[in-house]
Design a protein around this ligand. Structure first.
Ligand SMILES: [Zn+2]
Length: 436
């Protein structure tokens, strides 16, 4: 009974809060778009009028026929290209670039109080939003536990500005499959992912993470990589197919999906045999992997740019490996693109410092053969489909959330234009405007 009363009060409080939001949200905004790339259509449209009411897009029409609702706030973007809010499907808001001069990856886990990590994640989320990324799929907290669930709640509660977050909490790997490593074996070191061995532990970890708010489950299917005897990229596999199947089976049962970090070889093939929904990085995709991805409808989130950063010196083993990673990635991307694999925009921001432009990944995608329009769609409607948010995000169309961004140059002519966002609206609320 006591529980019932508390539940009732809680529901009432939420109801009042929601009502509050609704009355605030009744605001009507009209955006005059000089050019509209709606995220779904293959061609841009000129002189469009977008009406948003509250947190939704109400209508999109030609300016010649559009009626401006009375009392609407008018935003003039008639000299700009308007697009849906962008979606980055591979980020780590709890990482900061991990500069070795600042202690690298390990310092984050060994030295940083959780509150510091949360504060930095808060800044990372804001930076993404200010750059027009209104949705992130954040693929694990790197030792910060369920911190991403907390940041998501803070954003949804209106405490801090930030994108819509799809979070994957702790991630899963195996013994020997994730840092911290290289310490004395007598020490029981914390790990940047939840370590499991055997299908029972694997399923239990997935259950725990789903229970505590994971929207996706992230699994590391490969760990260390090096240059093999014939100059090929070799990756150490982690989970077995049986372990992965337990996770995928459990996660799919909850109506959720599994993202798998997989570079090449045995681990990549186990990822596909075990039923991963998305392959992250996929540095060296052989023909068999590509045809299996096509057959299974597997998403591919290549994260190209990050493999061009922080190379070790050329004459070291690590340096040779770093260069090999980048050199096999390009042909993998080109082959996947040509074959029609479903490619989704992802950056690995966090691996890249959050001070750098999130949109830099677009340039690599276009350089490696994607059309600017397809690259934009990979960060809008296609990502929305992967996230099962079709028609709700990644598109400027009636009924979608009012997540809208704009740039002052033509990204179809110069994709780098997306690195300089002039306007950002999320949920009908303006976070950045050249008019302000
Ligand atoms: Zn990553």
């Amino acid at each position: 009974m006591k529980i019932f009363c508390r539940l009732f009060l809680f529901t009432f409080a939420i109801g009042a809060f929601a009502q509050d939001l609704a009355s605030q949200g009744a605001q009507i905004t009209v955006i005059r778009a000089g050019t509209l790339i709606d995220g779904r259509s293959d061609k841009p449209r000129r002189d469009q009028v977008i009406v948003t009411r509250g947190n939704r897009i109400e209508s999109v029409s030609d300016s010649a026929t559009a009626t401006i609702p009375p009392g609407a706030t008018v935003i003039d973007l008639s000299q700009s290209t308007v697009l849906p809010g962008l979606i980055d499907s591979h980020t780590h808001i709890f990482l900061q670039g991990e500069d070795p001069a600042h202690g690298g990856y390990d310092a984050n886990i060994l030295n940083a109080p959780l509150a510091l990590r949360a504060a930095r994640a808060t800044v990372a989320a804001r930076r993404a939003l200010e750059q027009g990324f209104t949705t992130l799929r954040d693929v694990e907290t790197e030792g910060a536990g369920y911190g991403d669930v907390g940041i998501k709640q803070a954003i949804e509660g209106g405490y801090i500005p930030g994108p819509r977050l799809f979070v994957s909490t702790r991630a899963i790997s195996t013994t020997g499959g994730y840092p911290l490593e290289g310490y004395a074996p007598e020490l029981d070191m914390p790990k940047g992912a939840q370590i499991v061995d055997g299908p029972v532990e694997a399923r239990k970890a997935a259950r725990e993470q789903l229970d505590h708010g994971a929207d996706w489950i992230k699994v590391y299917m490969t760990h260390r990589s090096w240059v093999g005897k014939s100059g090929e990229l070799v990756s150490q596999p982690t989970l077995t197919v049986e372990e992965l199947r337990a996770i995928v089976d459990e996660t799919h049962g909850w109506g959720k999906k599994v993202a798998c970090h997989a570079y090449s070889g045995i681990g990549l093939h186990r990822a596909l045999d075990g039923g991963c929904d998305s392959i992250e990085h996929g540095l060296d995709l052989d023909d068999a992997a590509i045809s299996q991805m096509l057959k299974q409808g597997t998403w591919y989130v290549p994260t190209l740019s990050v493999y061009y950063t922080d190379w070790a010196p050329a004459d070291t083993d690590a340096g040779k490996r770093d260069r090999l990673r980048a050199s096999v990635h390009e042909p993998s991307f080109r082959k996947a693109l040509k074959a029609g694999v479903k490619i989704v925009f992802g950056t690995d921001m966090g691996g890249i410092p959050w001070t750098e432009p999130v949109a830099q990944e677009f340039s690599r995608m276009v350089e490696f053969g994607m059309t600017p329009m397809a690259a934009i769609q990979s960060a809008t409607s296609r990502a929305a489909t992967m996230l099962e948010m079709d028609g709700k995000i990644g598109v400027v169309a009636p009924g979608a959330y009012a997540d809208i961004t704009a740039v002052n140059a033509d990204p179809l002519r110069d994709i780098k234009a997306l690195e300089k966002v002039a306007f950002v609206m999320k949920d009908g609320q303006i976070f950045r405007s050249k008019q302000q």
